[in-house]
Write a protein that binds this ligand. Structure first.
Ligand SMILES: *Cc1c(COP(=O)(O)O)cnc(C)c1O
Length: 356
């Protein structure tokens, strides 16, 4: 059997959720969109079910998959609905939906939900992606609030740069939020992971932690005290299944992107870019081999990659290689590859997940 696998540590997931809720102070929706950032949404939801206040996914299909798996807890659709016809299913599955545009308010006004809807009214406080402009926000709230189809309105906004610890943008967005929401007697939800971890002034009634649940820092490799409390959830690992002994001046792999500068022992690892490992990870991207630091060499292939075992004489066929996880932070791999922990975790493919 191919030795590649992703170990998912569900107790680390629960620990990270508790950190998020403690920092938020109030309630927290565990964001498990994109198959829980590659960790498996259903299993993650089941693991968090006893303590989570609810879940958030991007869109209806993701939520229905959770309902069909027996998850009865609250689920928010962060992107709302794309077509009016989705409202019927939103009502039937008792989902919460974001609303970010007038046409969605019109659609709700025509709907006949079996119970009043809980609607998260999205404010564009500076992200400039989705949501009502600050000047239109009160009017949208009043319209929604007056509808018999609507039970509760939650005020919602999203930060564009909370992961940048020295950016003034988060404070600017907070000011826009405070002004746009002033006088509205509704609960507020603004904090994503970086806001929870680094911007205590941003805390609100409903936090929305995503990446931090999976134990990766949204600040990349920049040290941050609260992020240091997180525990990595996914460990991506495989094994060396072939070894080559090469002399000096020998190219390794596609494109000859690495040429040996010394007699080199090359370990061939059963994991490649079709599994979600970055194809263009540069030479020296960190891995561990049987717990010892090592680095990749040569271009990553579809199904395998190569590592330098020259300084690890004990290592050989069967050695365990960690690509990211408890020993190799995914943020470090991302930094080497000019990628992000979000992209790497969500990009996991083909590798079987084992839950521990
Ligand atoms: C994805 C998402 C989150 C979670 O963001 P993280 O940075 O992963 O914590 C929160 N809110 C909204 C609206 C999102 O789309």
């Amino acid at each position: 059997m191919r030795p590649a696998r992703a170990l998912i540590d569900l107790s680390a997931l629960r620990h990270n959720y508790r950190v998020g809720r403690e920092l938020g102070g109030q309630r927290a929706l565990a964001v498990i969109k994109a198959d829980a950032y590659g960790h498996g949404a259903t299993r993650c939801a089941q693991a968090l079910l006893p303590e989570a206040d609810g879940f958030a996914v991007a869109f209806l299909e993701e939520a229905i998959a959770l309902r069909e798996a027996g998850i009865g807890a609250p689920i928010l659709l962060l992107e709302g609905f794309f077509e009016e016809s989705e409202l019927e299913l939103i009502g039937r599955h008792n989902l919460w939906t974001a609303v970010a545009a007038d046409w969605q308010v019109d659609a709700i006004a025509r709907a006949t939900p079996p119970q009043p809807l809980k609607v998260w009214l999205k404010l564009d406080s500076g992200m400039h992606r989705l949501g009502f402009a600050a000047g239109d926000y009160h009017a949208a709230w009043r319209r929604l609030h007056a509808l018999p189809q609507v039970g509760e309105v939650v005020l919602m906004s999203h930060f564009a740069r909370a992961d940048e610890l020295d950016s003034t943008r988060t404070v600017e967005q907070l000011a826009v939020q405070a002004q746009a929401c002033a006088g509205l007697p509704s609960k507020l939800s603004i904090s994503n992971s970086p806001a929870l971890l680094a911007w205590p002034q941003a805390h609100s009634d409903w936090a929305r932690p995503g990446l931090m649940l999976y134990g990766a820092s949204p600040f990349g490799t920049v040290a941050q005290a609260q992020a240091a409390r997180l525990q990595p959830v996914m460990t991506l690992e495989s094994r060396v299944f072939a070894v080559r002994e090469l002399g000096v001046g020998e190219p390794v792999g596609y494109g000859g992107c690495f040429v040996t500068a010394r007699p080199t022992r090359v370990g061939v690892v059963a994991l490649g870019y079709a599994d979600g490992y970055p194809q263009f990870a540069p030479n020296g991207t960190p891995v561990t081999v049987d717990g010892h630091a090592a680095g990749t060499i040569g271009r990553v292939s579809m199904d395998m990659l190569t590592v330098d075992l020259t300084d690890l004489p004990e290592a050989g066929i069967g050695s365990r290689v960690e690509l990211w996880g408890k020993q190799v932070p995914v943020t470090e791999v991302a930094a080497h590859c000019r990628s992000s922990a979000y992209t790497l975790l969500c990009g996991l493919k083909r590798v079987p997940r084992e839950y521990v």
